[in-house]
Design a protein around this ligand. Structure first.
Ligand code: SF4
Ligand code: SF4
Length: 362
């Protein structure tokens, strides 16, 4: 089902905001900013640190200065919602076979040329329809749809971070987990707060050179690496995705540097997903990633000693499954987004008792 259709039909029409009071209900004071002279503010949510005059917005378009106070305009303003397999995020070491109630609000703090969701990430909140779903209702919807977790996804959860924090808390009280799907372009303090409240974070690392980040993402690599190191240090479950774009970020050298950095800074057990690119948005001129390129990336990272290297967006490929690094048997068998079998006993390989890191129960 199309996710906007889902919002219209299933997501409790009674939550739909009336136009007259919609803006007030969606507007909350931002949590990460500094006041400056002359009613200016400096946003401290992401590394852009936008300095914003009164009545103006930051780069992401989702936050506005009103008289020297900074506001998020997207609290509970859900523009997309859908029930997804957790494997679609992808999170492969997190409650396999479960579903996540997945939500987004409008806006993003970068502009990836390959964005699949540019119609909600690159617009202002008022340019797409929003459904009012406050945190307790989001948690209730998650349970009603038999989902084990809320996923903050599709656009960039960093720019709707106040809603994520409040919803994760409401979710926890209602017995549902929270997972964040992010580009990781975020400052340290909001990231630490996210880590304390959510159960897993998937970071789209996108590339491994500042040049690529500048030219294709309109962001920076270094803060994303810093964010990954912080997540790992704080112990929040983390998986990394690298979208392989033909001719732009697919060299042996990039794959090798990536593997070495992950092994040294995060450890060999952090799952790494090489995802196939399909032509989208501003990169329609490029072909889909050839399968041999993805297999080359995996082979390089396997050889560098990473334990869980996956290939994504290639349904039926053996590298969709989780293989025990000790006995080499499949401990989670997948086909596309479906989980065919799980051979784990309390987080250990059923065949050789090797511990497989992840959140497998609960
Ligand atoms: S979150 Fe938005 S307003 Fe804040 S610094 Fe980033 S782009 Fe600018
Ligand atoms: S970070 Fe995600 S939502 Fe934002 S532009 Fe990039 S791909 Fe799109």
């Amino acid at each position: 089902m199309d996710r906007r259709l889902f919002v219209r039909t299933l997501a409790l029409p009674c939550f739909a905001a009336r136009a007259a009071d919609a803006d007030a209900r969606f507007t909350v004071e931002a949590r990460f900013y500094e006041k400056q002279p002359h009613k200016k503010i400096k946003c401290k949510l992401c590394p852009r640190e936008c300095v914003i005059d009164d009545r103006e917005r930051g780069y992401c378009g989702a936050r506005e200065n009103r008289g020297g106070t900074y506001y998020s305009l997207v609290w509970a303003r859900v523009c997309a919602a859908h029930v997804d397999p957790i494997e679609k995020k992808p999170l492969f070491h997190f409650l396999p076979g479960s579903t996540a109630f997945s939500v987004a609000t409008a806006g993003c703090n970068v502009n990836c040329k390959f964005c699949q969701n540019w119609d909600i990430s690159q617009v202002r909140p008022e340019q797409v329809s929003g459904t009012y779903i406050p945190p307790k209702d989001l948690a209730a919807l998650t349970r009603r749809n038999d989902c084990r977790s809320i996923a903050y996804t599709y656009s960039e959860p960093v720019v709707f971070c106040e809603y994520v924090l409040d919803s994760a808390e409401a979710g926890r009280a209602a017995g549902v987990k929270s997972v964040v799907i992010s580009g990781g372009y975020v400052q340290e303090e909001p990231l630490k707060q996210l880590c304390r409240r959510v159960d897993a974070i998937k970071i789209d690392l996108k590339g491994f050179s500042e040049k690529y980040f500048k030219e294709v993402v309109n962001g920076e690599l270094k803060p994303v690496l810093n964010a990954l190191a912080i997540i790992r240090k704080l112990g929040t479950w983390c998986e990394v995705v690298y979208l392989v774009v033909p001719s732009l970020n697919d060299s042996d050298e990039e794959f090798r540097s990536l593997a070495r950095w992950i092994k040294t800074e995060l450890g060999p057990d952090v799952p790494l997903h090489f995802s196939r690119f399909y032509p989208e948005y501003l990169l329609k001129n490029l072909p889909p990633t050839p399968l041999p390129t993805l297999e080359r990336a995996k082979a390089i990272c396997d050889a560098e000693g990473l334990h869980y290297v996956y290939i994504g967006n290639v349904p039926g490929h053996p590298a969709e499954s989780t293989w025990c690094p000790k006995c080499r048997r499949a401990v989670v068998e997948r086909a596309g987004f479906a989980v065919r079998a799980v051979h784990l006993d309390k987080g250990k390989c059923h065949f050789c008792q090797q511990a497989i890191p992840g959140i497998w129960e609960g």
